[in-house]
Design a protein around this ligand. Structure first.
Ligand SMILES: CC(C)(COP(=O)(O)OP(=O)(O)OC[C@H]1O[C@@H](n2cnc3c(N)ncnc32)[C@H](O)[C@@H]1OP(=O)(O)O)[C@@H](O)C(=O)NCCC(=O)NCCS
Length: 331
């Protein structure tokens, strides 16, 4: 199979890869907005937080410059050294011709050569991708749900009542607002707090806790900045001792002015029970409405089993858009 490594500096290859991504989006997840060049290239260069996946393209054998398949392999050197995250996309007009299987065989050979023992992947909940994952030997291990909030349809009276209760339950806490990079004095504490995301359920996935350091927080900020996104981070701090208790982050981008993305929300174990999750998310909603007035939709992803986070999201008017399956397979 003649795969070409995708170089983020190769404009023609980026254009061809984006065309494949757009064809697949329109066919598989039409409810999602198209991706934009700056965020696409930024993600290729820096990934989520400085560890980008390696991407290969499969070109059409006859039609010059047209990409019909894509393979990506992602690994971390910070934790989870046993696994590789694999992604495969086949152009909708070229499916059921064995291209997905051939890309998978290529990926499997590369993972085997790397010495990692587990492959994980994700699909939207749909018969084709699930049948493909099973045919490639994967077992379903987790369910994630994508929800979307329409900021023009929020029940503000209801949210106001919830916020009132949350404020009463959290009188010893104040909120700090950070845009993009967090101040140096907080970065170590932010890293420790970010690790609270490890308490979110991962269902049956054979994954370990992720390791968060100040370096990783800076790499995350850098990746989003280079992708053209603004990060809004709201942090709850306990006044009595100054300890950071929890945070929530939303990313927004001028390339996609009507959409924003809910990133991590986490409250440290010792600070749970003060309705900080609701306080943070409801206050964030108000902040986004004021700082990014063009935003109408906010998307969030949670494990289906994360009942606590989901009840907060539903109270804020989030509604289900799609379900996604996580799959794994031993090498
Ligand atoms: C899933 C996907 C990669 C399959 O690509 P493809 O080139 O059509 O796959 P193949 O032709 O190699 O199919 C291999 C086997 O998977 C199964 N399969 C694939 N698509 C299927 C479908 N729509 N319905 C039923 N079975 C399917 C079949 O068992 C098939 O073997 P067969 O054709 O001999 O019956 C493609 O549909 C796609 O890009 N989907 C969107 C992204 C995605 O979900 N990727 C998978 C996560 S890595």
């Amino acid at each position: 199979m003649n795969l070409q490594r995708l170089d983020p500096d190769d404009d023609a290859a980026v254009t061809a890869a984006m065309a494949l991504g757009e064809a697949a989006r329109a066919a598989d997840t039409p409810y999602n907005p198209p991706s934009h060049r700056r965020s696409f290239v930024g993600h290729l260069r820096y990934g989520w937080d400085g560890e980008p996946s390696t991407v290969w393209l499969l070109y059409h054998p006859d039609r010059s410059g047209e990409v019909i398949g894509r393979l990506s392999l992602g690994t971390s050197e910070r934790d989870n050294l046993h696994l590789t995250d694999l992604g495969i996309t086949v152009h909708p007009e070229h499916r059921r011709q064995g291209i997905g299987r051939a890309l998978f065989e290529e990926g499997l050979a590369r993972v085997r050569a790397s010495g990692r023992r587990l492959i994980v992947t994700g699909t939207v909940e749909a018969p084709g991708p699930s049948a493909f994952a099973k045919a490639m030997g994967f077992t379903r291990a987790s369910i994630e749900v994508q929800r979307r909030q329409d900021l023009t349809a929020v029940d503000h009276a209801h949210v106001g009542q919830l916020l009132e209760q949350a404020r009463k339950a959290s009188t010893d806490y104040s909120l700090l607002r950070f845009v993009d990079a967090v101040p140096e004095e907080y970065v170590e504490q932010i890293a420790a707090m970010t690790a609270a995301i490890n308490d979110a359920p991962t269902d049956d996935l054979d994954v370990e806790d992720e390791v968060f350091t100040a370096e990783r927080i800076r790499a995350f900020e850098h990746a989003f900045r280079e992708s053209g996104s603004t990060l809004y981070r709201l942090v709850a701090r306990r006044e009595s001792d100054g300890e950071l208790a929890g945070h929530t982050i939303v990313g927004a981008s001028p390339e996609q002015p009507d959409f924003a993305y809910q990133l991590d929300t986490a409250v440290l174990g010792a600070h749970r029970g003060h309705r900080l999750g609701l306080l943070l998310k409801a206050e964030m909603m108000a902040w986004i409405a004021q700082a990014e007035p063009a935003v109408r939709w906010v998307d969030t992803w949670n494990a289906e089993s994360n009942a606590h986070m989901i009840s907060i999201n539903e109270a804020l008017g989030y509604q289900i858009v799609s379900r996604h399956f996580g799959w794994q397979r031993d090498v």
